[in-house]
Design a protein around this ligand. Structure first.
Ligand code: F6P
Length: 494
């Protein structure tokens, strides 16, 4: 889309993230390429294809080194090379301590306000510092003063300050994809000053919601006496640098999702129901999640158990389809979660299944995008029930997949604890994730909602998701960056 300011960046854009968009691995003796199927990398890959910049990320594939040049770079996508992917190589110990350790056992639970799940081991912190320097070194080698460097997420809070030392004139910015907690939570972290100082080396820091911006500014204010914080403009002055802090709610490529959802309109749904033995007259509720304790999956299953127990008329008339993707399984909290989910699904199916019906259908295999969006399009409800979530794009994808057709509108059941609730909360069915009996009642309410009310709500949700889509997010974020550029192309030409 040439209307977005993406084109203004051309090859000067250097994107830095933990995950890479293309991963090469051996399958027998062949090298195969794994592509992004969702999340941050899938959303940003088309942006990089438009500008031919450089993406710096951890090379996590066992064949990545095989396909790189002397500068650790490879051109991607393989079939139509249009930008450069540069790898940062990490040892197994580094992955264990920086990714599984500090990133996902300290920052992840801390920012999701789950302090009881944090694990502050010294070796995690040392390694996080070391790996952030490694990423910053790659940035310094790759970037010059005209570059615009875009750091992603909580894995890289310290990299901006290291990069800034060598690149005083380069525009640096960061998008934080998870929540930012209150000062009362963040002050628990012994490394709070270093983390905030690292981030404040950026010219711009973006969050999903105003609340996270407020929390971040309050943390800076409380942590650094020397900082000047203007809460109205979102500007922070600290250590000789000015940083703008703003909310940019991430959206999805709503139009494309709608097209893909309708791709196999005639055949998809009957085939899908046959494959998973879902009776024809059963309503379908869907849940799609990475297996993470923030997503509220056990809580959701408890509510379904409550529903089938207290309102037996829904047995055989409602099927819950759970599509979950295994995640961060080296961490014991995630292993515990997986067992908790397994146990609940087994119990529900043992207690209530009949000869022709199972209350919970679990999908383990990969679904292509048209299959996933087709599942959304035909499901009567989406259950999005996180206990805390920075944004939650499943909620937006579900809405985007609903065909604009009165007979097919679904209902979005959405937790108050998601970033998406700020935009969609007025017209979704709002739930409190921890209250199983209440949630059971709300699921029933969603199932029995009159047609005109379903349509009214879905029309409003659709309008919001289409308007605040991925392009809107990019235009607003990159437009702001363009206004802050330290070294504009104009100046250089003079
Ligand atoms: O929600 C934060 C996030 O980093 C996403 O940007 C990403 O898609 C997801 O978590 C996956 O996490 P991981 O890289 O640990 O698999």
């Amino acid at each position: 889309d040439t209307d977005t300011p993406v084109s203004a960046f051309e090859s000067s854009l250097v994107l830095v993230s933990n995950r890479q968009p293309y991963s090469h691995r051996y399958e027998d003796d062949e090298i195969v390429v794994d592509r992004p199927v969702g999340g941050l990398t899938a959303g940003l890959d088309p942006v990089m294809q438009q500008v031919d910049g450089t993406w710096i990320a951890w090379g996590d594939g066992d064949a990545d080194a095989e396909v790189t040049d002397d500068n650790d770079c490879v051109r991607v996508p393989p079939e139509d090379p249009s930008y450069t992917l540069r790898r940062v190589w990490l040892s197994d110990e580094a992955v264990d301590e920086y990714y599984y350790g500090y990133s996902n056992q300290v920052l992840w639970p801390l920012c999701h306000d789950l302090v009881g799940k944090t694990n502050f081991e010294d070796r995690f912190w040392s390694r996080y510092q070391e790996v952030n320097e490694q990423f910053a070194d790659a940035v310094v080698e790759q970037a010059d003063e005209e570059s615009v460097v875009w750091f992603q997420d909580y894995h890289l809070a310290l990299a901006p300050s290291h990069a800034r030392e060598a690149l005083p004139e380069t525009t640096l910015f960061q998008f934080w994809h998870i929540p930012w907690p209150t000062w009362d939570t963040f002050r628990v972290c012994p490394h709070r000053e270093e983390l905030l100082g690292g981030l404040l080396a950026n010219d711009l820091i973006g969050f999903h919601t105003e609340r996270y911006v407020e929390n971040f500014l309050a943390c800076v204010d409380a942590c650094f006496e020397a900082a000047t914080v203007d809460t109205d403009s979102g500007e922070v002055e600290y250590d000789g640098e000015t940083t703008l802090v703003r909310a940019f709610p991430l959206g999805v490529d709503a139009e494309r999702i709608g097209e893909l959802a309708g791709e196999r309109e005639e055949t998809f749904w009957p085939e899908f129901k046959r494959e998973y033995s879902i009776p024809d007259d059963s309503r379908v509720a869907v849940g799609v999640d990475r297996l993470d304790y923030t997503k509220g999956i056990p809580e959701r299953l408890d509510a379904l158990e409550e529903l089938f127990e207290t309102r037996p008329e829904w047995r055989e008339r409602l099927t819950y389809v759970q599509k979950s993707t295994e995640s961060r399984s080296d961490i014991s909290e995630y292993q515990r979660l997986q067992s908790a989910v397994d146990e609940r699904i087994e119990r529900l199916n043992e207690r209530f299944a009949t000869e022709s019906w199972r209350p919970v259908v679990r999908i383990e295999e990969h679904l292509t995008n048209p299959e996933l969006y087709g599942l959304y399009a035909h499901s009567d409800l989406a259950l999005v029930t996180p206990v805390r979530d920075g944004m939650n794009l499943v909620a937006k994808e579900y809405v985007a997949a609903q065909a604009d057709d009165d007979t097919k509108d679904g209902v979005l059941v959405l937790s108050r604890m998601t970033g998406a609730h700020g935009e969609l909360g007025d017209t979704a069915v709002t739930i409190e994730p921890y209250d199983a009996p209440e949630l059971a009642g709300q699921i029933e309410e969603a199932l029995t909602m009159p047609d005109h009310e379903r349509k009214r709500r879905m029309d409003a949700l659709r309008a919001s998701v289409l308007e605040n889509d991925l392009d809107t997010w990019l235009a607003s974020l990159l437009g702001t960056v363009q206004g802050l550029r330290r070294m504009s192309t104009q100046d250089t030409d003079d």
